[in-house]
Write a protein that binds this ligand. Sequence first.
Ligand code: ARG
Length: 475
Amino acid sequence: MLKKPWDGRFTEKTDPTVESFTSSIAFDKRLYLYDIEGSIAHCRMLAKQSIITEEEASQIIEGLNKIARDIERGNFELDESLEDVHMNVEARLTAEVGKVAQKLHTARSRNDQVVLDVRMYMRDEMANILTRITGLCQVLVGLAKKHIDVVMPGYTHLQPAQPVLFSHHLMAYYEMFERDRDRFKEALKRINVMPLGSAALAGTTYPIDVEYTAELLEFPEISANSMDAVSSRDFIIEFLAGASICMVHMSRLSEELILWSSAEFGFVEIPDAFATGSSIMPQKKNPDVPELIRGKAGRVFGSLMALLTLMKGLPLSYNRDMQEDKEPLFDTVDTLKGCLEMYEKLLPSLKVNQAAMEKATSKGFLNATDMADYLVTKGMAFRDAHRCVGEVVRYAMDQNKKLQELSLSDLKKFSQAFEDDVFEILTLEQMVDRRVSAGGTAKENVAKAISEAEKALKLEAVENESYARKKKTPK
Ligand code: ARG
């Protein structure tokens, strides 16, 4: 067992159960490359400032690069008794390069080190997530373009309300995911801040050059207050909040796909490759992927709650409680990326049943609003028109007829304002195409929204490249 770096003032050995209880190595090992890259930059800075010699720095850097290679090849057994990834790397460095390794931690604490590692990890993952959201948006827009002629019932209260283009419905999700992407871009600004130099909490007495460290690690900003730097996790909470909202959007899409693929709706069919069967009922095809995405929203919300609760009562500055930030963060990154990937793959092969959607529009008097609007054009006040058409609907229900199947003389019993031209506006096509108000479902609007989205997504794909940092894999 390797010696603990902090055991100078201790006379008793740590209880083994305490070692495993306090250890975070099982999960923070995910940060090892960032830990090493951060240490290399810190070490370069120490040498540049003559806090250590160039010779010492190159020995340390060589050792760190070797450790990175060893970990990658699985040649590094992590030691639980060394608590975390930072101490594991440092202990191994001592084993590799000897006493000089002890100089690496000059002007640094694990408190600023851990927050640096998490920030570096998150900005890489943010780049991945931004790319995945763009991918999902591309797929949604592609599907909307392909099915631009499909009309379906739009619902409120899950009751048929007014007809809409299926593409309009899809483009609503495009808008939601674009806002999610904006939120992550905003969050990235606050993630991309370099905390080294804050040390344990108060800063350091050494003549360090944090601008140089930040430049090496490609951070555009440096933390302004050492206590804030080591004790704040709102950059994680903000990400988890954005992730939770994005999961709400994916969960609502899931709910719709689950409903729409039911026998009762029959609007879509989930591709076989993304569905599963039942072990007992041979006829079943279950929408497990959307269901699981809907379910996974819960664990992401849980992570957000966990972090809010974790932080709310902590006095400044660092407290060990904060080690509990990592599992919810890592789990959320994995969950979010997994769900985005699933939808990016599933949606292009979604089978859309145009006939079933259009058939559904014939039920539920979807053209009642249009009939009321017609009466308004003939001079009636909208409230009166609403009441009048309500009575017409009641009558049609009793006759077991649709509004367009009533005769003009039937209609005239309710209002003399009805003329022959009323039947023109009651068709499905007219109901959709006349809704040209901003953001409405008219085909010309939706087609325009699709072509604008296509242009925006091309720019986004280029922008995503700029977020992807060229990983400095150790030589
Ligand atoms: N494993 C710790 C964490 O994740 C690293 C920082 C430990 N600092 C300390 N003073 N014990 O928060």
